[in-house]
Design a binder for this molecule. Structure first.
Ligand code: SF4
Length: 295
């Protein structure tokens, strides 16, 4: 039997359109000779990519105060920022390029639309995530972040509430939370702002992971969406390994697992996924102890 027949690499693995767009934009700026290029926060949480960008003198800074060369370009990353911070960075006189993902902008617009009608906003997500910090800036000062239904139980009654989601949230968590809030509100607007690429990735993961003996999730250990993907898989497959590169692969587990599914977070570049997949296939092609490749 072909030992690699049951190694499946996810079709939705790797850069989402928003991250790809932001990275392409900074690389274009650098190629056009716009130097130095500063990004407000790391473009993505993937060490291999941030190392590649650093080699091109594309550096992440927290605030324009940290830009040593004020003739450089400031890039707003895919996660977006608050409108107040946007005004502040525009006052520095540096060129500003907005690479906020259009799907994050869509979530910002929905929050703004209902907040301007007096709705309180509840965001289902991680309060310390850059995208959520940016989204909070659109709530007109009336926003709350909850991680799930348990935290939503503790919320007060709202006359009018708009429940939105971090774009990479798990859909079942979003709806369970929205349902909890709906029970304790007058008017409850439910705005599912999970982006389509995240929905597609979650759907494929659920379909494939439950038929796998081992799921390998490739991506940065600090990447929220990759970590969430690994957590999702833990409830579906008997073994799950989250690796940043092929060097961390568990060789024994790979050789023992008949069906392997390889997936990756939205911030993992294709070349890292390809190297992991190639190493997995190479390991499976090697004979186990006591076996031989000769016929
Ligand atoms: S995860 Fe979705 S919303 Fe976030 S950057 Fe990617 S495509 Fe845009």
């Amino acid at each position: 039997m072909e030992k690699n027949a049951d190694v499946i690499v996810a079709k939705c693995a790797g850069f989402c359109p928003g991250v790809k767009r932001a990275i392409d934009r900074v690389l274009e700026l650098e190629a056009d000779g716009k130097k130095p290029v500063y990004t407000i926060g790391p473009l993505i949480h993937n060490k291999q990519v941030t190392d590649m960008l650093a080699a091109k003198q594309i550096t992440a800074i927290d605030t324009p105060d940290h830009a040593s060369d004020k003739s450089g370009v400031l890039v707003i990353r895919a996660h977006g920022i608050t409108p107040d911070f946007q005004k502040q960075i525009q006052s520095y006189g540096m060129e500003v390029v907005d690479a906020t993902c259009p799907l994050v902008k869509h979530a910002q617009n929905i929050i703004e639309q209902f907040a301007s009608q007096g709705y309180h906003t509840v965001i289902v997500g991680e309060g310390d995530h850059a995208e959520v910090i940016g989204l909070m800036g659109y709530t007109h000062g009336k926003g709350t972040v909850v991680s799930g239904p348990e935290e939503a139980e503790k919320l007060p009654y709202f006359d009018k509430v708009n429940v939105v989601s971090q774009t990479t949230q798990k859909e079942s968590v979003f709806y369970a939370t929205a349902e909890t809030i709906q029970k304790r509100a007058g008017v409850c607007q439910i705005s599912n702002t999970i982006c389509q690429p995240t929905k597609d990735r979650q759907k494929e993961t659920i379909e494939q992971a439950q038929h796998a003996d081992l799921v390998i999730v490739v991506g940065g250990k600090h990447s929220a969406n990759t970590t969430r993907l690994a957590l999702l898989c833990k409830g579906l497959a008997p073994s799950v390994q989250h690796v940043e590169t092929e060097a961390e692969l568990n060789e024994d587990l790979i050789k023992q697992s008949p069906r392997i599914f390889i997936t990756a977070g939205a911030s993992t570049p294709d070349w890292v996924i390809e190297r992991v997949a190639a190493r997995v296939k190479q390991l499976r092609a090697q004979p186990n102890e006591g076996e031989t490749n000769e016929y």
